[in-house]
Write a protein of this length. Structure first.
Length: 289
């Protein structure tokens, strides 16, 4: 009892609140939001499947051009049982992976070298801005003339399109280096390799990973395009064959496969980005949401 004779009031220590507005409540809300996000996505996907199933039966769209979702599903199931499909998928992934790897290595090396030398960056700026906007599909005739329908023609388009995504991001990262950190490295007489490793690379790495993520998607698009237009082995080639033979459900099934492949590529690229940048503040903020 207090000196004034009144009943003491018990209060909860600060920071221990577990109600809706407290620390525990905020953590519960974040957990619920993370659980609801996939459910919202699945509900939207389920709604699309229902729409695709019903729409051809209404007469609004002819079933000859848009078959019901059930027919697409049966065509997809048949695809999964064919050896030719898995061979085509392997050809597509091979072209995508090789092209992306070459583009990433070339883009990172060129970006670090150009970004480290101000004179070299000034000399190459106009050339980069001239070559970068050229559409990769405009190089299809050149690729066919040089390599025909071989893997090299596919790689030419993939590397050209993906290289610029990486190079531009690396150059932006090199330009974002803190001048104070560079001056400190010089004052400690750090060599060129030490400056790149301890000053330039940590700053440029978030930009590099953004470039890799963008390049991964662009590489997949150009891989399918090369197979579809040039006739290189892969999913795009199977898509062209199905279209010319009038196998409409098979066309949609292959389109669905390419879409799922794009989603998988994006998820893998984001996972690699989170893994490589686990120390970066942007990844920490994302994990706290």
């Amino acid at each position: 009892m207090s000196a004034s004779g009144s009943t003491p009031v018990l209060t909860k220590p600060a920071g221990t609140a577990t109600g809706p507005g407290g620390v525990g409540g905020g953590r519960v809300r974040r957990t619920l939001d993370r659980a609801r996000a996939p459910l919202r996505g699945l509900s939207g996907l389920a709604g699309l499947v229902v729409l695709l199933e019903v729409l051809p039966h209404t007469g609004v769209v002819s079933a000859d051009y848009l078959p019901p979702a059930s027919e697409m599903g049966r065509a997809l199931w048949q695809l999964l049982g064919e050896d030719a499909f898995w061979t085509a998928l392997g050809d597509t992934l091979t072209g995508w992976g090789l092209g992306l790897a070459i583009a990433v290595v070339a883009g990172v090396v060129a970006g670090v070298v150009i970004g480290s030398v101000p004179v070299l960056r000034a000399v190459t700026a106009s050339t980069i801005e001239f070559l970068r906007p050229i559409p990769s599909v405009a190089l299809i005739p050149v690729a066919v003339l040089l390599y025909g329908t071989d893997l090299e023609s596919k790689l030419l388009l993939v590397v050209y399109a993906s290289f610029w995504q990486v190079l531009v991001q690396v150059l932006a990262g090199m330009q974002d280096v803190d001048p104070v950190a560079e001056d400190t490295a010089r004052s400690y007489r750090m060599g060129s390799w030490g400056r790149v490793r301890y000053v330039l690379w940590p700053t440029a790495l978030p930009y590099v990973m953004t470039g890799v993520r963008l390049a991964a998607t662009v590489a997949l698009v150009l891989t399918i395009t090369a197979e579809l237009v040039i006739g290189s082995p892969g999913l795009g080639n199977q898509l062209a064959v199905a279209q010319t033979s009038g196998a409409v459900p098979r066309v949609y099934a292959l389109v669905l496969v390419t879409g799922l492949l794009g989603v998988a590529v994006n998820l893998v690229a984001r996972a690699v980005e989170r893994r490589a940048l686990h120390w970066h503040q942007s990844m920490r903020r994302e994990g706290q949401r």
